[in-house]
Design a protein. Structure first.
Length: 80
C-alpha cells in the first residue's frame, strides 16, 4: 500500500485505533481519522529517525498508529 489512497486508509485506521488506545484522548471518529492520516506521516518520520524499518501493511499500520498516538497526545495538551 504505497499509494496515497493506501496511506489515507492506513492513516484512517490508525487514527481510529489511536483514539481507542488513548483513554480520554479521543476527539470523535472524524477528527481521530484525520489526525491518524497526519499521524501516519509523523509515525513514518519517527520510525525513520529511530532506524526502524516497518514494511508491509502491519508495519505501516504500526508506524501510523504510533504517529497518531503522538499527535493525539500533543493535540490533547492544547485541548485542556
Amino acid at each position: 500500500m504505497e499509494t496515497w489512497i493506501g496511506w489515507i486508509i492506513i492513516g484512517g485506521i490508525a487514527g481510529w485505533l489511536a483514539g481507542k488506545l488513548m483513554k480520554g484522548g479521543g476527539f470523535g471518529i472524524v477528527v481521530n481519522v484525520l489526525l491518524g492520516i497526519v499521524g501516519s506521516v509523523i509515525g513514518g518520520w519517527l520510525f525513520g529517525l529511530a532506524g526502524i524499518t516497518a514494511g508491509g501493511i502491519i508495519g505501516s499500520l504500526a508506524s501510523a498508529t504510533v504517529g497518531a498516538i503522538v499527535l493525539l497526545a500533543i493535540v490533547g495538551l492544547f485541548k485542556k
